[in-house]
Design a protein around this ligand. Structure first.
Ligand code: SAH
Ligand code: SF4
Ligand code: F3S
Length: 471
């Protein structure tokens, strides 16, 4: 099957594997197995990319550590979505100076979305001498080559040429979890929401072929994974660039056919392209979790227009009605930005009223952070910081109240859950998630149940979680 989107030739990926083998030979001759540490910031897409970097490091003969002082290779996979994320990265990369002073052989690589921004790459080059290798998301597939170049030349390697991006298949993956797995189904974004840096750093939308996704999903289910999360910045436009007759709802239906007991999740779905076709697929596919994360960003149609979101308040509320008509118990979550340039008290009160109307089960709230290169960066923003903070607090109070009420309504019900671990505070308690992704602390179970589905009677709740007993 041919595609309009560029693909990295298989021969190139094989060349990277050969380089891994050469490095593995060098590493095997060392007195002690070298260790790699991978520090990941940002979204699940970055987590998925880090699993590929781990795969490559494994092929290169590295073991793994969480302690920077034990590491011979540190890879920092960065996020540029908000200033706060960037500040954390810069602080942590700067601190590696002390580690490198004790271990001069340490190689430090910085990759991900921050590096794709010219001004950040320059900053890393100029002010962070500790960085040996820096590369943007488009170069991920050739990390082995960049690493080799760095050890052979002893020079600093910086690679972040602008690109619309291509698709690379067949890279190694080492996953950290053995219950839940991410599968990237597409990369990049075409939406250019005016506040968002993602299209600028991740390039244009491009979809993986459905056969490649299906093969990966089948393999994971055979290996015993219980949950598959399909990842993309805008999963609803999956397949538009493919020469296949498939869309996102078709992909869900295909994965639903894989034999075995597992859950299908996805993120993120953009309201602009969501609708009956998706909701029907969700409702009809028994393996698809009845959970929809549908970021609204604002309740004000005026602000939504300024954000370039391509829907208004009423269209969004209609979508929620349609989803609930097909799936009455659907769990709804969202993202909201407070303090977008020019947001008035009236605009903000529309966000509050939308939240009260939809009654989300949970949400992620952010204060607007200006990003270099985006349209909103140049918009007049005269709302004082304190006002934004105060709005943020009011929103949080409203959201927490709703979450607490919604959680309380679970008490007395029976829920199918996926048991995923042991509570950090109390090792007699297991942790689990409902189909809608709500956390449940469970009494009466054994560790051997981790990784299996079970039924729980819900007996208690608070704003953030439920508690219950195994049935
Ligand atoms: N592709 C996803 C979102 C990816 S970013 C989508 O369209 O929904 C995750 C969230 O970060 C966004 O939904 C938005 O709420 C928030 N965000 C993005 N850019 C931001 C910025 N400049 N300032 C504050 N929050 C931002
Ligand atoms: Fe950013 Fe908008 Fe694309 Fe989401 S859809 S990644 S918010 S530009
Ligand atoms: Fe951050 Fe890049 Fe994801 S900017 S949110 S890591 S796509």
């Amino acid at each position: 099957m041919t595609k309009k989107t560029g693909e990295i030739p298989e021969s190139e990926i094989l060349r990277q594997s050969d380089i891994c083998a050469q490095i593995a030979e060098i590493n095997a001759a060392l007195p002690k197995m070298p260790l790699a540490m991978i520090d990941t910031y940002g979204c699940q897409q970055n987590e998925a990319d880090s699993e590929i970097l781990r795969g490559y490091a494994g092929m290169m003969g590295f073991g793994f550590t969480d302690k920077p002082e034990d590491a011979d290779l540190i890879i920092v996979n960065t996020c540029a979505i908000r200033e706060h994320a960037e500040m954390r990265v810069l602080g942590n990369v700067g601190a590696l100076r002390h580690i490198k002073a004790k271990n001069p052989n340490l190689k430090v690589a910085v990759c991900g979305c921050m590096v794709q921004q010219e001004h950040m790459a320059n900053k890393l080059k100029r002010s962070f001498r500790v960085v040996d290798i820096a590369f943007g998301p488009h170069e991920l597939w050739r990390f082995p080559e960049l690493y080799k170049k760095s050890i052979e030349s002893g020079e600093r390697i910086f690679e972040n040429s602008p690109s619309d991006g291509a698709i690379a298949e067949g890279m190694p993956v080492i996953r950290q979890d053995n219950i839940r797995a991410w599968i990237s189904i597409m990369y990049g974004c075409n939406n250019f929401c005016t506040y968002c840096v993602v299209p600028h750093v991740r390039g244009r939308e491009r979809s993986r072929k459905s056969a490649d996704i299906l093969a990966e999903a089948k393999k994971l289910i055979q290996e015993g994974y219980r949950e598959i999360t399909l990842l993309g910045q805008n999963v609803n436009s999956y397949g538009r660039d493919l020469d296949e007759n498939i869309d996102f709802s078709g992909l869900i239906r295909m994965i639903n056919e894989i034999p075995g007991e597992f859950l299908i999740r996805f993120m993120t779905s953009h309201p602009r392209d969501a609708g009956d076709k998706l909701f029907l697929a969700m409702a009809e596919c028994e393996k698809c979790a009845k959970h929809l994360h549908l970021p609204v960003q604002s309740g004000s149609s005026r602000i939504l227009k300024e954000m370039n979101r391509h829907y208004d308040r009423n269209q969004y509320l209609d979508l929620i009605k349609k989803a609930r008509a097909l799936m009455p118990d659907i769990v709804l979550t969202t993202d909201i930005i407070v303090g977008f340039p020019g947001e008035t008290e009236e605009d903000f009160s529309e966000t509050l009223s939308l939240v009260a109307e939809v009654r989300y089960d949970a949400m992620f709230t952010f204060i607007f952070s200006p990003r270099v290169g985006t349209k909103a960066y140049d918009m007049t923003d005269d709302t004082p910081k304190e006002v934004k903070k105060e709005r943020f607090e009011r929103l949080l109070t409203a959201v927490n109240g709703i979450s607490a009420e919604k959680h309380a309504a679970y008490i007395g019900t029976e829920q199918k859950v996926l048991i995923d671990g042991i509570d950090k505070q109390d090792d007699t308690v297991l942790t689990a998630r409902t189909e809608g992704g709500r956390l449940v602390r469970l009494k009466g179970g054994q560790e051997s149940l981790i990784g299996s589905f079970a039924y729980a009677k819900i007996t208690g709740s608070n704003t953030w979680a439920l508690s219950g007993e195994l049935m």
